[in-house]
Every structure is written in C-alpha cells, then in structure tokens.
Design a binder for this molecule. Structure first.
Ligand code: PEP
Length: 248
C-alpha cells in the first residue's frame, strides 16, 4: 500500500501576507489529514514557511534547482541552499520549465541526479502536450522523458523519487484528464518502471497533476496507480488544498 502524497506547487504566486494566511490555514486542518503533504514554494518564502511549519506534519519543497553547487551563476539557487531552509523536496522538470526555459530531457535528468546527490527528493514531472496526445504519442513522449532519467540515475534511484504525471493540456486549464485517461498513463508509467525492477515499480509514488481540485480529487486518487496529486491553482486556497489532502 503506497502512501498518498499531495504536493502544492504555488508557482510564482505569494506575498508575505498570503503565505502567512495560507500556511496557518493548512496547519489548522492538518490533524485530520492522513496524506503526506508538501508545499513547493517560491525561493524567497522558504524561510517564512520553514518557520511557520516547524514541528508540523507539513513538508517543504522548492520548485527548481540549479545543477551547480555554487559559484558564478547569477540568479540561480543550489540544492544546498534549498536544504538550508529545511526543504526536503524539489520539483524537477515541470512542463513550464521545459517549455518556457528550454529544459531538455537531459537537463531534467541532470537536475534529478543533483537533487538526489544532495539528499533532496525530486518531484519529477512528465507529461505530453495536447498535440502529442492527439497524434497518439502520449506513451512515446512519457517513455522518452522517463528513460532519460532512468538512464541517467539508474532504476535503484527511484526509491528516492516521486513521479508526477502532468498532461500539459490539463495544467492550469481547468480541463482535467478523466480518471480513465490518467489511470491508463499511470499504469503505463508503472509498467516502464517494472521493465527495470518490479519491486521499485510497486513502491514508486506516481502523482497526477493537471487541474486537480476538490471536485475531482477523490475519483482520481481512487485509481489503482494514482498515488496523490501535484496541485497548482487549488493549492493557493487552504480550504481547497485541505479538501484534496483529505481525498486520499
Ligand atoms: C501544476 O502546475 O503542476 C499544476 C498541476 O497546476 P494546476 O493544478 O493549476 O493545473
């Protein structure tokens, strides 16, 4: 039985005031939550969330990292800096990083390796665009993205990786994959892992992301191969986020 995991990805949305209200709201509801809950926050708010969430069940993550450990990389943030603020997780390969900042499968694989080397758990994101789905290429795209990381870090490393399947056409659009569509691809991803190691395939969490909300979370998380969610928009309202956290 895999633990249900719900991770919020705030993207570039926060202020000191909203962070305070959001975290306090989430913490109030946490005693009723059985899922593991993570919030992946913009870098400037890591410290604030670390302080607010001390001694709580809430886990902290960042949304990206640089592949270098330190040095002349203006504007960039290293894994050790993220860890310095008590973060345990980092989103890697989000579709917005891939499409807006040109992150290739190889860069994503390198970031997964760097996160693992530093002791951070990567929330490794994969998923197809609408055009790729419509041309029946969902499985080949997801397999390519997965294999780039398996080839780089090795299958054993998946003991420390959380996969997030996020169809790009469902992210921030209000269009959610149906439970059947999501389950089909999750089962395919688990099958890819199983080709390498059956036990690791069974133990690796595979989250769904893409317009998950309080109305659809329960049905999605009930699917056999869906182990929780990576939540964008609905993670910005504590009531909605908590509702999803309780869906597992
Ligand atoms: C995301 O950004 O990872 C995401 C799933 O966003 P949303 O829930 O808003 O679709």
């Amino acid at each position: 039985m895999r633990q249900i995991i719900v991770a919020g990805n705030w993207k570039m949305n926060a202020s000191k005031e909203t962070v305070n209200a959001l975290i306090m709201g989430i913490l109030e509801g946490m005693p009723d939550v059985k899922s593991e809950v993570i919030v992946c926050v913009p870098y400037p708010y890591l410290s604030q969330v670390e302080a607010l969430a001390t001694h709580s069940q809430l886990h902290l993550g960042a949304q990206d990292l640089n592949i270098n450990t330190s040095g002349a990389f203006t504007g960039e943030v290293s894994a050790d800096m993220i860890k310095d603020f008590g973060a345990e997780y980092v989103v890697v390969g989000h579709s917005e990083r891939r499409s807006l900042y040109g992150e290739s499968d190889e860069i994503v694989a390198e970031k997964v390796q760097v996160a693992l080397d530093s002791g951070l758990t990567p929330l490794f994101c994969i998923g197809e665009s609408l055009g790729e789905r419509e041309s029946n290429n969902t499985q080949s795209v997801v397999a390519r993205q997965m294999n780039a990381v398996i080839d780089r870090v090795g299958i054993e490393a998946f003991k420390g990786i959380i996969i997030a399947y996020e169809p790009v056409w469902a992210i921030g659009t209000g269009v959610t994959a149906t439970p059947q569509q999501a389950q089909e691809t999750h089962a395919f991803i688990r099958g890819l892992l199983a080709e390498n190691d059956a036990d690791i395939a069974q133990s690796t969490p595979i989250l769904y992301g893409g317009s998950m909300n309080p109305a659809n979370a329960e049905e999605l998380i009930a699917c056999a191969d869906i182990d929780g969610g990576l939540i964008g928009g609905a993670s910005l309202k504590s009531d909605d986020f908590l509702h999803i956290c309780k869906a597992g």
